[in-house]
Design a protein around this ligand. Structure first.
Ligand code: UT7
Length: 332
């Protein structure tokens, strides 16, 4: 069987217009700008307008990625949308985006792994490409977490924001020539990935409603300290495993693009794995935690700032509800 690699063609992103600052939240709940900033690094977040849906955000990010790739939407044969805030329980929000893009062939589905959703979606897309089942995959992370927040609960409502990011992965033959990169140590594409989950911790970060349990949407609930306690260890372990699989070391990493939950977790992880802080892409201060959208949004910003360039070794990681966690190593 011939095999293929998944190469990043383009990235896109979209943030809703409305900015909500920590000072704005001081008027809503018993909190302070200094508490939020000291504990999380967050200064502001974007909130979707009334009627602006997860599919609207995802579509805008997807369109930007397609334009940058110089591709027609009809070249996409698979859409994987990572989200925990779909427009409706079903159909999958991915099929709405598919229809809006005018795609009538291939497949589209949602994937739900909460904040780890984008890492799970990239890994899934990679499997389709490696086995020759898909050629051009649109991987989207899009969320409207503002809709599942309890705006009276100061322990959660200050943490999250809305947004979307998208990446296009294209198939290239494993042994084929590689865009002038033949002499480099590793060819472009997804090099390795590792996914984990442990459902014993499913009550540490969850939504207290759903179609089968309460017939309501429910609100996000989190035992923040418990999640925090596991985060750095879980993330560091899965990064080490991923690097080991690729036979690479932390010194080979050019850019670290972590899920943006909390600045303290990012700093702690970078320290634990021995990565210089200049290599960490940070957006949490301006975006808050956008769950499955946070990594592609951070990738998009790093791309726009001219930081990540073709040939750079990029490490993605996330941890979230479930618990779920994972890492993806990409030669950009
Ligand atoms: O993306 C998915 C993964 N999620 C995460 O990674 C989140 C992980 N957890 C965290 O980031 C942190 O645990 C939080 C930022 C959520 C909380 O920080 P913490 O340092 O763990 O604070 P805490 O929960 O231990 O709360 C400390 C105090 C409490 O008061 P007492 O009990 O000490 O009197 C809270 O009631 O801070 C209080 N508090 C607040 N005070 C002002 C909690 N939320 C707020 C608030 N404003 N918004």
């Amino acid at each position: 069987m011939s095999s293929f690699r998944s190469v990043v063609r383009a990235v896109g992103g979209y943030l809703p217009e409305k900015i909500v600052t920590n000072e704005d939240l001081e008027k809503l709940v018993d909190t302070s700008d200094s508490w939020i900033e000291e504990r999380t690094g967050i200064k502001e977040r974007r909130i979707a307008a009334e009627g602006e849906l997860t599919s609207n955000l995802g579509l805008k990010a997807a369109r930007q990625a397609l334009e940058r790739a110089g591709m027609d939407a009809t070249e996409i044969d698979l859409i994987i949308l990572a989200t925990s805030t779909p427009d409706n329980t079903f159909p999958a929000t991915a099929v709405t985006i598919q229809a809006e893009l005018g795609i009538t062939s291939g497949a589209a589905f949602d994937l739900q792994a909460v904040c780890s959703g984008f890492v799970f979606a990239m890994t899934t897309a990679d499997q389709y490409i490696r086995t020759g089942q898909a050629k051009n995959v649109l991987v989207i992370g899009a969320e409207t977490f503002s809709r599942i927040l309890d705006w009276e609960d100061r322990t959660t409502c200050v943490l999250f924001g809305d947004g979307a990011g998208a990446v296009i992965l294209s198939s290239v033959p494993e042994d084929g020539p590689e865009l002038g990169m033949e002499d480099s140590k590793t060819k472009r594409g997804i090099i390795a990935s590792r996914l984990r989950s442990d459902g014993r911790y499913r009550d540490k970060l969850y939504v207290d409603g759903g179609p089968s349990s309460t017939q309501t949407t429910g609100f996000l609930r989190m035992h923040g300290r418990e999640v925090f306690r596991h985060a750095v260890t879980n993330i560091s372990d899965v990064i080490e495993e991923t690097l080991e699989t690729a036979n690479l070391s932390i010194d080979d990493i050019d850019w670290f693009v972590p899920h943006q939950a909390n600045e303290r977790i990012l700093v702690g992880t970078a320290k634990k794995i021995g990565l210089p802080f200049e290599k960490v892409i940070m957006t949490v201060a301006r975006h808050g935690n956008t769950s499955a959208a946070s990594i592609p949004l951070a990738l998009n910003e790093a791309h726009e700032a001219g930081k990540i360039k073709p040939g750079d070794m990029v490490l993605l990681e996330a941890m979230g509800g479930g618990f779920t966690w994972g890492a993806v190593l990409v030669k950009w």
